[in-house]
Design a protein around this ligand. Structure first.
Ligand code: ADP
Ligand code: MG
Length: 298
């Protein structure tokens, strides 16, 4: 099942003749510099997204998944490498990429409708067209009745639907999702996963979905790319052969379980390494706190 990332063309998981990729990430690197230290978050990351593909990126906490996605979104800049969308270099955010943030990123002082309309407003969309589009999106995610409520009045699952509606409002061909369901309980998450697949199929989006949950990635994706512990590099590229449309029942199939197991085998060492890194960071952090206390006592 494992295809080395460079099996076909450099950094691609498919032969060149499978079609021009929609999105091409080439040799991407990102180093964060602060006064205390510099951290290499990702290194030499190359990955392609095909038109209409649902791609998940799985990796341990702190391995640079959000960093990678933010650079693709144009919200952050790379230290090295390049990203091309339809052959053109990405230099900043654009309506061709919708971003669905981790957790709940709604503005608490705006109603759900006003939150969903935010991107349309910023892009200067005609008011009436924006209203119609916003209502369509609310209907699409099952929040037609809740447009005038404020985020605090909605459940976690409903807020995540609103997040999704906001990401979809500008009708971007590419949807970038950063652990959108991580904060939800298991049942709500399963429902949201099925809803997302329906929307993806009906609206013909190309998706990059970040998660640290292997079963979520297997259920949703055409392909799964694995990242190492920091600095994040691509260490695996799996095709998910499970037929679509997928119902929740596929989670109980041998095929599903076997792929989960195979991916976990490959990821386990990286998760251990990431945990060790965070222990070191915690020890460093507590030492500096103690130093801070000594300073204050003087
Ligand atoms: N703005 C930032 N400044 C400094 N370091 C950062 C910044 N954002 C992320 N990092 C560091 O980069 C590494 C990768 O972070 P991130 O991309 O958020 O990982 P993930 O999403 O996989 O959990 C972490 O060590 C994190 O502490
Ligand atoms: Mg993250």
């Amino acid at each position: 099942m494992y295809n080395p990332p460079d099996a076909a063309a450099p950094g691609t998981s498919r032969p060149r003749d499978a079609g021009f990729p929609l999105l091409e990430v080439r040799d991407l690197g990102k180093k964060y510099n602060s006064s205390r230290e510099s951290i290499v978050a990702i290194e030499s990351v190359s990955v392609n997204l095909a038109q209409g593909e649902f791609l998940s990126i799985v990796g341990p906490s702190g391995c640079g998944k959000s960093t990678l996605l933010k650079i693709i979104a144009g919200l952050s800049t790379a230290t090295s490498g390049s990203i091309r969308l339809n052959g053109s270099e990405i230099v900043g955010p654009g309506p061709d990429r919708g971003f669905v943030f981790q957790g709940d990123a709604l503005l608490p002082w705006r109603t759900i409708r006003q939150n969903v309309a935010l991107g349309l407003e910023i892009s200067g969309r005609d008011r009436e067209a924006a209203r119609v589009r916003t209502d369509e999106m609310l209907e699409l995610v099952g929040l037609g009745e809740f447009g005038d409520r404020f985020p605090v009045e909605l459940s976690g699952g409903m807020r995540q639907r609103a997040n999704l509606a906001r990401g979809l409002a500008l009708d971007p061909p590419v949807l970038l999702m950063d652990e959108p369901f991580a904060a939800l309980d298991a049942q709500t998450r399963e429902i949201m996963q099925s809803e997302l697949l329906k929307i993806w199929r009906q609206n013909k989006k190309s998706v990059i979905f970040i998660t640290h949950q292997i079963d979520e990635a297997v259920f949703l994706s055409d392909r799964i790319v694995l990242m190492s512990a920091r600095p994040g590099r691509i260490i695996g590229d799996f095709v998910v052969p499970i037929e679509r449309p997928r119902s929740s029942a596929v989670r109980f199939s041998d095929e599903f379980r076997e792929l989960n197991r195979e991916i976990w085998e490959q990821l386990r060492d990286e998760v251990t390494r990431a945990n060790d890194q965070s222990k070191v960071a915690t020890v460093k952090g507590s030492q500096s706190t103690r130093r801070g206390q000594r300073t204050r006592r003087r």
